[in-house]
Design a protein around this ligand. Structure first.
Ligand code: NAD
Ligand code: GLY
Length: 356
């Protein structure tokens, strides 16, 4: 088992990564100190892991099983978590445990942040995407019909417990979507990780345990380092949104039904890299390497033909927009992301026309 720490100053918490954690009674008892637990999960994950987890948890354990899927990442669904907390008479000493992917984790975290003005929260991510990204760093929230993740709170968990065994049941498409976020860390932060991914993509797609564990640990290390320096995204943390401004536009414009979040982010990274090239920030070879690794990861490289104007409209709802300017995360070189607010509009227009 690997254990890392996230230290954001006002709080610190462990990320435990390893096989069989969900079924390790002693380990769970030592790390989950709650008299009252509400396990929040969904209709896909519950039949796979809820019984096993419940069997190994101590204390009073209640459950809340949500419908599955990004279209349900709404305030209405979070309301059902509140209903469960109230109906089980949970108080401020209760802890919400999110068992599932990023959708469950984001909603359970938001419910924990606001129920009785904040109760404890534990992330137990079961998708690759959630293990490498969404469970770490304290962003919680839901979508609004006007845009992705528009409502939410920064709220750090007490612990992140990533049982790598759960990845065995993850559909291939979801695994690939998670790889997009791992590729992201290589692009914006760690060129050696990028090279490693380039050389080991076959092992990752074949779910080699050692390769997956390395990818998860290295991703969490990078995310923890960035979040420790800028928890509330005043500056550095924005680079973790590489590919997301375009990606969120793709997801929202297609009603969260055509592309998985990771797929949209992968496409967004390609589009952001294309723009970085048009702006003269990077060489053609870098654009080529990013495109090639996305193809190796079997991620989509064709955006929906929604039109450049519509894409731009959705991009204007991005949370990085400042004084009306759409700030973008671009690449300065492979392994270094930068946030840029002033760029040639004709270059952006050319990129948008090419992809949308
Ligand atoms: P998801 O939560 O929808 O999970 C993907 C699918 O896999 C779902 O159908 C889910 O039920 C199923 N599933 C989960 N675990 C499984 C398992 N072990 N075996 C079989 N099926 C399983 O999607 P995701 O990719 O995990 O997360 C995407 C969400 O995360 C988006 O809403 C995105 O905005 C959010 N996100 C948040 C952050 C953050 O910092 N908070 C970062 C990145 C992404
Ligand atoms: N996934 C972007 C962030 O956590 O900041």
């Amino acid at each position: 088992m690997h254990t890392l720490q996230v230290d954001v100053g006002h709080t610190r918490y462990p990320i435990a990564i390893g096989a069989g954690l969900l079924r390790n009674r002693d380990w769970l008892a030592n790390h989950i100190h709650a008299h009252d637990l509400l396990v929040v999960t969904n209709t896909v994950v519950a039949p796979l892991y809820l019984a096993a987890l419940r069997e190994h948890l101590a204390g009073r354990v209640a459950e809340c099983i949500l419908p599955d899927g990004e279209p349900y990442k709404t305030l209405q669904t979070v309301g059902w978590i509140f209903d469960a907390l109230v109906s089980h008479k949970m108080n401020r000493d209760a802890v919400v445990l999110a068992l599932g992917g990023g959708v469950v984790g984001d909603m359970a975290g938001f419910a924990a942040a606001s129920y009785q003005r904040g109760i404890g929260f534990i992330q137990m991510p079961t998708t690759l995407l959630a293990q490498v990204d969404s469970s770490v760093g304290g962003k919680t929230g839901v979508n609004h019909s006007g845009g992705k993740n528009l409502i939410g709170a920064f709220y750090q968990p007490l612990a992140v417990i990533a049982d790598t065994d759960t990845l065995a049941t993850l559909p291939d498409r979801e695994l690939r979507a998670g790889l997009a976020e791992v590729i992201k860390y290589g692009c914006i932060w760690d060129p050696l990780l990028f090279d490693w991914l380039d050389n080991n993509m076959g092992l990752l797609l074949a779910r080699d345990t050692e390769a997956l564990t390395y990818a998860i640990s290295r991703s969490c290390e990078i995310k923890a380092t960035v979040v420790a320096q800028d928890e509330r995204e005043h500056h550095l943390r924005a680079i973790l949104n590489f590919g997301h401004t375009f990606g969120h536009a793709i997801e929202a414009a297609t009603a969260y039904t055509q592309y998985l979040h990771g797929e949209a982010v992968g496409l967004g990274m390609l589009i952001a890299t294309d723009l970085s090239y048009r702006l003269g920030l990077i060489e053609a070879v870098t654009l080529d390497r990013v495109k090639t690794i996305l193809v190796k990861a079997e991620l989509p490289t064709q955006a929906p033909r929604i039109g450049a104007a519509r894409a731009l409209e959705w991009m204007k709802m991005d949370k990085k927009v400042l004084a009306g300017t759409v700030r973008l995360v671009l690449l300065e070189k492979l392994g270094r992301g930068v946030v840029i607010g002033h760029y040639a509009q004709d270059a952006l227009a050319a990129t948008l026309s090419e992809y949308f």
